[in-house]
Design a binder for this molecule. Sequence first.
Ligand SMILES: [Zn+2]
Ligand SMILES: [Zn+2]
Length: 135
Amino acid sequence: MDVRNCKNCGRLINYIGGAPLCENCKKKLEEKFQEVRAYLEEYPGSSVERVSEALDVSVKQIRQWIREERLTLSVAGADGVVCEQCGAPICTGRFCDKCKAEMANTFAGAIEKPKPKLQEAQKSERDNKNRMRFL
Ligand SMILES: [Zn+2]
Ligand SMILES: [Zn+2]
């Protein structure tokens, strides 16, 4: 059994993977995410800073959700979101399409992956920098 302290409130928890948070803090965080989601539905294209200020949620937490692919930026590389492998600007997640494809090839052999939707990426580049939408 892996016992850890909750990252948020310090309570001891049985760690089972994912974020080291107790049930209480996990629930609170989930509620916060729903608030962010509702906010972005009402004000699509809000910047990370704006959401952070409006809902009293840290920029770090919003970035975490972007890394988890729960939120996505409409412009690649806005707010310093870059591929962890090669540093290329990305909209969401941890790696760019190229690195993801390379990793997928490494794992799955030489299976050809479907090409990313270029058109959609180009369309979103016309939006202002540093904006998000809900996935
Ligand atoms: Zn906690
Ligand atoms: Zn990359």
